[in-house]
Design a protein around this ligand. Structure first.
Ligand code: PMP
Length: 302
């Protein structure tokens, strides 16, 4: 299973109401909107998105670290000069979740430049925003991932900032395709100096002699799940050569969709049972569901 997409849509019952999406200020039938053929973002990737999750908690559905996701999206929107109001986007996320009656959900806000000319200049293009949500079945003890060390390099941060800019993900798509063609589930990016960067949609940690270390790299997205795990564990973070990962006792990837995903193999190197990763997986599962009172402030009630 892919570590960047471990969320599985639940099949909607035939009589279920049509999913609603929030589009430019209104909740509408999710199948209704059509993007124009000159949509700038479709041609050039001039959009910014987030991947957020809501979880069923004792008090109802709640969104995990929503302000942090909104802030990262604001930074991306600023890069393009796309108007973005975090307060409005927050309301849009909550309204969509309520409209779709979701509890465990994956949430996709997207802001982009729409119709206009074929020029690269974004000026004069209509800005849009949408929020879609899908119900998810959460596989906390999900399949362990096999990683291939990709031939593609991660976008260098002095060419593309490590933010969730739509066009930047072409890089992840190429790497994932290449890794899958070689029989792996997911690609691991390394840089020219042999240091680990990240996976196509997840950050990387390793465990050696009981010590947890987060991979730090300037080209990697500063993940919110990574930050969560750093705060929960007090793990160290630093630049990590691939050789050190191959010598580790356990490796795991983490991200909003992947949660905490044990890695079973990197190229030919097999890892064992990943006991520390499984403990962290369970802790993360309790935190996101509001079962750890000291971290309840990370949840926004729907
Ligand atoms: N790296 C990349 C390239 C990603 O797309 C993601 C998913 N957003 C992550 C890392 C993990 O980030 P987060 O924990 O904020 O979801």
């Amino acid at each position: 299973m892919s570590v960047s997409a471990t969320v599985t849509p639940i099949t909607e019952a035939a009589h279920a109401p049509k999913p609603q999406v929030w589009f430019d200020g209104e909740l509408i039938d999710g199948e209704a909107p059509q993007a124009g053929l000159t949509t700038h973002a479709m041609h050039y990737g001039s959009g910014v998105f987030e991947g957020v999750r809501a979880y069923a908690t004792e008090g109802g559905a709640a969104v995990f670290r929503l302000p942090e996701h909104m802030e990262r999206m604001r930074k991306g929107a600023d890069m393009f000069g796309l108007p973005f109001d975090p307060a409005l986007a927050t309301e849009a996320v909550l309204a969509t979740l309520r409209a779709n009656h979701h509890r465990d959900a994956y949430i996709r806000p997207l802001a982009w430049f729409g119709e206009g000319s074929f020029g690269l200049d974004v000026e004069g293009h209509t800005p849009h925003m949408m929020v879609a949500t899908t119900a998810t079945q959460v596989h906390l003890n999900g399949t362990r991932a096999r990683l291939g060390v990709g031939k593609w390099r991660r976008n260098p941060s002095d060419s593309l900032p490590p933010l969730k800019l739509c066009g930047a993900y072409v890089n992840s798509i190429l790497a994932k395709r290449e890794a899958k063609a070689r029989g792996f589930d997911e690609a691991l990016f390394t840089d020219r100096d042999g240091n680990v960067v990240e996976c196509t949609g997840a950050n990387v940690f390793f465990v050696k002699d009981g010590r947890i270390t987060a991979v730090e790299h300037r080209d990697a997205l500063p993940g919110i799940t990574r930050d969560t795990l750093l705060q929960l564990t007090g793990a160290e973070f630093r630049v990590v050569p691939l050789a050190e990962l191959l010598d580790a006792d356990e490796v795991f990837a983490c991200g909003t969709a992947a949660e905490v995903a044990p890695v079973s193999q990197i190229e030919g190197r097999d890892y064992g049972d990943n006991p520390v990763t499984r403990e962290l997986q369970a802790l993360y599962g309790r935190v996101v569901r509001g079962q750890e009172s000291s971290w309840r402030h990370w949840l926004t009630d729907v």
